[in-house]
Design a protein around this ligand. Structure first.
Ligand code: CA2
Length: 139
């Protein structure tokens, strides 16, 4: 049985409530249900987490050190959190970074990820499907 952590950062608890033009209509709860179903069909389990606090995200990355993989959308922390980058570098677990929106079509501050150099890859701009694509990359 494989275990995947899916970690979402700040403001992603607002999914489905605001800005549907950028982030779609589905909620974080719907995403968790979809990924739980997908994992169960693929001999896997998903540990699903969301926080608006950097330290929680760092603690969950450490907690995931024995997992098969981590899928992370660090939200705006993507663009400046060296602490999250260091946490990823501190665990021997492959990490895939996901962004719901196409960050490269948006403001220039979103074009930089300080996380990417310590990940296996990025999935960007495919909405919530990006999380399943990231899990498929591990499978
Ligand atoms: O596209 C993504 O997934 C982002 O990681 C989302 C972050 C943003 O800061 C990144 O640049 C790109 C923001 C998440 C905010 O999510 C909301 C969802 C619904 C309503 C309002 C915010």
């Amino acid at each position: 049985m494989k275990t995947f952590y899916v970690i979402n950062g700040p403001n992603l608890n607002r999914l489905g409530k605001r800005e549907p033009g950028i982030y779609g209509n589905d909620t974080l709860e719907t995403l968790e249900q979809r990924l739980t179903q997908f994992a169960s069909e693929n001999d896997s389990t998903v540990v699903f987490r969301q926080s608006n606090h950097e330290g929680d995200i760092i603690d969950w990355i450490h907690e995931a050190e024995s997992a098969t993989g981590i899928v992370i959308n660090p939200g705006a922390f993507t663009h400046y959190s060296y602490a999250i980058r260091d946490a990823i570098a501190s665990v021997p677990v492959p990490v895939v970074e996901v962004h719901i929106s196409n960050v490269h079509k948006r403001e220039s501050f979103r074009h930089t990820s300080v996380i990417s150099p310590v990940t296996e890859g990025q999935v960007v701009g495919f909405g919530l499907n990006g999380y399943e694509l990231a899990l498929r990359s591990f499978l």
